[in-house]
Unconditional design. Sequence first.
Length: 251
Amino acid sequence: MKIFRQIARHLATATAGRDKWFIYGAMLLLNSLTLGPSVQGSSMLAPEQVITRMEQQLVRQMETLGNYEARRRYAVASGAVGDRNYLVVKEQYTAREGKQFQVLERGGSKQVEKRVFTKLMEAEQENACGKAREEVSMNRHNYKFTFSRYDTQEHAYVFAVEPRTENRYLLRGTIWVDDKDFGVRRIEGEPAVKPSVFVRKTHFIHEFAKFGDYWLPVRHRSETDVALIGRSTLEIDYFDYEMENHKEERP
């Protein structure tokens, strides 16, 4: 039951009991693809060109993202723990020191806060940069990309993504890549490997929006169906970004 000790290098730490099912889908994404400054596109590109530009944006993000502050609200609900478990935090990020969190408001079970919300924040702090991030980055070294379609409503290239290895740190699903900035607008999918035979299904959606020159997370939702326990949901809302001295309102 100590799955997060095994995946600490990805964005997880050890935990026990049923609480891990609430957060497994989110853990695969919290090393977030907060993609970088704009590269202007014009006409439709070949799929390989789109992926190349997406990868370039990710590298640029790692190199150029400066300091920022933001707020986020975590919420967990299930039949086992109820639906009033939440935590509101202030996030402070600096390129030199990484991420720091300050709790602003809390409600619900202390065990949920300790085993779910705190573990998520610790995982982000431990895996915000370096080799750990590289090993799960959305690139051709870790994934195979298959072009699916062009989404006219989202103005995005849509790709199916498959992990190159059966690695529990990776995901399987679909991504939407913006047709002008080549940032990832949306990720939808499931873990590449089930964390346990007791997990029937895990599905998550992670959405990004543009703040200034950067694409940053705005919403996450994951649902996990576990034998004998039922369905659990984790929701994270990200808002009130302040990039350096300029505040960016939520879109």
